[in-house]
Design a protein. Structure first.
Length: 296
């Protein structure tokens, strides 16, 4: 046999073997007769999975809780006291409480809103604690022409008494990072560095950041490096496909398994909440797939 014949024979063997392996791998990843469905397996336990309520507005809280429990999700994000009894019925945690904020534009970076925010958070922080929960969301609000220094100073002035109250109740105020390019024009806390500087100035373990991966990919990218660098100031993560905030699968530009591995490597013990808007007809199947993608 010539060297060319040997080479062709070897390539043929490799291709045949690869095809067999690939077919076996594909068969193990799908249920018989069902396209693009992940086989149900026990979650690994390295990630505390949650899901954001607002993405499933056509489902009742009860329906979402039942689906989440079946998937192995531990928490529901962005629900307030009215929905906590339903979560408790299903043994689910209110992983990011809300209801004290005014809205996404009128926040702590504007002094004119401090009085209302102090009233709201002074009432909500004890409720969160009494229910046995930990995280309560907050927002910087819009920039409205303020430079960074003014925004930081205003946020510190507004947040400091609320953080002190949170410390007494063992609650964490968590400021979400939102993109100001597409979804939330003029939002001030639109970079992880901005939020980290605010956290440094407040100097409390009871103020942290919600690193929304979707938002930060749009405004700054460099997601994994930023997670590694700023993780001491982060206690919560949200997902979302880019572009479009839809499924976090191969249809978009982020590779979530690598991002999740980076999060696990930081020692993160908080939650990772799915916050994508399902395009697929079977929204629960999309959610199940996303959880498995992130379960590293």
């Amino acid at each position: 046999m010539t060297s060319n014949q040997n080479r062709r024979s070897a390539i043929k063997s490799i291709v045949t073997g690869t095809a067999a392996i690939t077919t076996a791998g594909m068969l193990s990843s799908f249920k018989s007769g069902e396209k693009e469905m992940i086989v149900d397996t026990a979650l690994k336990g390295n990630i505390n999975h949650a899901v954001c309520r607002w993405c499933y507005g056509d489902m009742s809280v009860e329906q979402l809780c039942a689906a989440a429990k079946d998937i192995g999700i531990k928490g529901i994000d962005l629900v307030g006291p009215a929905d906590w009894p339903t979560l408790q019925k299903y043994g689910l945690f209110s992983s990011m409480c809300n209801g004290a904020e005014i809205n996404l534009t009128d926040g702590f970076s504007d002094k004119e809103f401090h009085a209302q925010l102090h009233k709201n958070y002074s009432e909500m922080i004890p409720k969160v604690a009494a229910a046995g929960y930990k995280n309560l969301i907050c927002f910087s609000g819009s920039r409205r022409g303020k430079d960074n220094e003014t925004g930081w100073n205003n946020c510190v002035e507004g947040l400091k008494p609320m953080v002190e109250l949170a410390e007494k109740h063992n609650v964490v105020l968590v400021m979400e990072l939102l993109n100001s390019k597409i979804d939330h024009k003029d939002y001030q806390c639109d970079r992880v560095e901005w939020g980290a500087e605010l956290a440094k100035r407040l100097g409390s373990e009871h103020f942290k950041l919600l690193f929304d991966i979707y938002h930060m990919q749009i405004d700054e990218g460099d997601v994994i490096r930023n997670i590694r660098q700023y993780h001491p100031y982060i206690n919560h993560y949200h997902t979302g496909g880019v572009p479009g905030r839809n499924e976090i699968d191969e249809s978009q530009e982020l590779y979530y398994p690598a991002i999740m591995k980076a999060i696990v490597e930081t020692g993160h013990k908080g939650f990772v909440a799915q916050e994508f808007i399902p395009k697929q007809k079977d929204k629960v199947a999309s959610l199940r797939k996303a959880v498995h993608i992130c379960d590293v």
